[in-house]
Design a protein around this ligand. Structure first.
Ligand SMILES: Cc1cc2nc3c(=O)[nH]c(=O)nc-3n(C[C@H](O)[C@H](O)[C@H](O)COP(=O)(O)OP(=O)(O)OC[C@H]3O[C@@H](n4cnc5c(N)ncnc54)[C@H](O)[C@@H]3O)c2cc1C
Length: 488
């Protein structure tokens, strides 16, 4: 499918989606979801069209060992260290292309590869009594042949976090099997905060935590189409996404793709036929399953954020130029620090791929300690990138006038005059880039950017240290200790 084909395929489904209190039939065209749909559609367009971005096109297509044909890499089984590295490069390049989540396709990849390896081992241990792996292989082949988008659904409601599933006041706070039938199972529960869930064709569901013997009913993995009876999606209500329904497109900042959308997926007594059940009661397998998809997800998200820091760097470089300070040493230092972080992060991700180990199924697992170090490094690096971007860009990130303000007779012209940056830079370009910078920085709350930039940017406080610190006196103290009596 290309992007258009993908969107048309959503129209043939009967997915139930609520947005801000209402059911929406053509949800893919709703402003509260459209940018997220566009980003997922981009994963189809980039696979279908080499002219859009040759690097991504080459990375996003891979050879399937199931179909023998070309497939989208997000559905690929990771069978080598090179596969892991290709996935790393794809995540980084895709994020640089969209500047936002591309439909949570990485989560699906994490779940797919973890399930592929664990179902193989469960079947082997059962001595042929179970056939989960064959079912899952059939399912994956179908997804690859039909080029379906899969949403990996992990996070349960969890209730009281200190209690295991069976000890919750409400047994449905972790998704569970409520009925076993001859033709399949019935499941009940919810998976909360699912990236891209309404926009994917399939829901691939696994437990959120390692389980014990008393949690057997919760040890269930399965797949259902997004429009299966009883599946309900409620779109998230992130404040930062509200701008997509409230503001003029040119005021939004990455209006095409820049939305991280997630949804709560409620499974209200959903029937799953046996050929789509991939674990049912094997609580012993859940420890490996959770460990593996977590590591795969840390791998993908860390690689993706390298691309995010790339964009923060590019946006900071543009803002610095528009403001006429591109050549200043403290600005250059911030850009260099961002670049160091992006490459260090990629180095950790690549290291986890280089040290990856194979499972009996052939799936390669990234080295656990290295990939966890990557994820922890990423947590800090992404916040620092946002802070550096705000520092370089200035207060205009949160204070810029709206495009409607710029149309006020006379006042609009005055606003444009006073928002001019370096000579030769179009004022509208500076305003657009400022809004992108605000979006990427993640510091949309004015108090946060205010804290970074107001009362003078950090470089001015550093300047005071240069001016006011008695460096000569401190040098004399050091020379005295070293026995130097004469300053040269
Ligand atoms: C934008 C977004 C997109 C997401 N996309 C997906 C997705 O696509 N698929 C998916 O499955 N999930 C997704 N998630 C969910 C994500 O994986 C969870 O947010 C994460 O696992 C944490 O769970 P929680 O939000 O319930 O936090 P909590 O579990 O409530 O954690 C809050 C705090 O409590 C602590 N805590 C929790 N339990 C314990 C305990 N037993 N002992 C000690 N401390 C504890 C934690 O360490 C943490 O500090 C997404 C989340 C977000 C925000």
């Amino acid at each position: 499918m290309d992007g258009r084909g993908y969107v048309e395929s959503l129209g043939r489904m009967k997915t139930i989606v609520y947005i801000d209190g209402e059911t929406v039939v053509d949800y893919w065209d709703h402003p509260a979801l459209r940018p997220a749909v566009n980003a997922l559609a981009a994963t189809y367009d980039l696979a279908a069209r080499p002219d859009l971005d040759k690097e991504i096109h080459d990375l996003i297509l891979s050879d399937s060992h199931l179909t023998g044909g070309k497939i989208n890499r997000f559905l690929h089984i990771v069978l080598s260290r090179e596969d892991l590295l290709a996935r790393m490069r794809l995540q980084r390049a895709m994020m640089r292309y969209t500047g936002g989540c591309f439909g949570g396709r990485c989560v699906a990849g994490a779940v797919i590869n973890a399930l592929w390896s664990v179902t193989y081992e469960v079947d082997r241990a059962s001595g042929g009594r179970t056939e989960y792996h064959r079912r899952f292989a059939d399912y994956m082949k179908m997804c690859q042949e039909r080029d379906l988008a899969v949403s990996g659904n992990i996070t349960d409601a969890k209730g009281d976090r200190s209690r295991p599933p069976h000890a919750q006041a409400d047994p449905d706070l972790f998704l569970r099997v409520v009925e076993r039938r001859r033709d399949g199972i019935v499941v009940n529960g919810a998976k909360l905060q699912q990236s891209g869930a309404p926009m994917a064709h399939e829901r691939l569901v696994v437990p959120t935590t390692a389980l014990g013997p008393r949690d057997e009913d919760y040890a269930v993995a399965f797949a259902v189409p997004g429009d299966a009876e009883g599946v309900i999606h409620v779109n998230d209500s992130a404040c930062s996404n509200a701008k997509f329904t409230a503001m003029e497109p040119q005021d939004i900042g990455n209006v095409t793709y820049g939305m991280h959308q997630s949804a709560h997926v409620i499974f209200d007594h959903v029937f799953v036929p046996w050929d789509r059940v991939f674990l049912c009661g094997e609580w012993q397998a859940t420890r490996d399953l959770v460990h593996r998809f977590s590591d795969f997800q840390r791998f993908a998200s860390s690689a993706c954020r390298c691309g995010y820091i790339d964009l923060c760097m590019g946006t900071a470089a543009a803002m610095a130029d528009y403001n006429g300070v591109a050549g200043k040493s403290h600005i250059q230092d911030k850009l260099i620090d961002m670049s160091i972080d992006a490459e260090t992060l990629q180095g950790l991700v690549a290291g986890s791929a280089a040290l990856a180990s194979p499972t009996p199924s052939g799936v390669y697992l990234p080295d656990s300690l290295t990939v966890n170090a990557a994820k922890l490094f990423m947590n800090e690096a992404i916040l620092k990138a946002g802070q550096r971007l705000a520092d370089v860009g200035g207060g205009i990130l949160v204070t810029r006038p709206s495009s409607r303000d710029l149309k006020i007779p006379k006042v609009g012209e005055l606003l444009a005059k006073y928002h001019q940056g370096r000579e030769g830079v179009d004022v509208e370009d500076r305003l657009k880039m400022a809004r992108l910078a605000e979006t990427l920085s993640g510091l949309s709350a004015p108090t946060t950017i205010l804290s970074v930039i107001a009362a003078g940017p950090p470089a001015t406080q550093r300047l005071n240290f240069r001016l006011l610190t008695d460096f000569a006196g401190k040098r004399r103290a050091a020379e005295r200790l070293a026995g130097i009596t004469k300053t040269p």
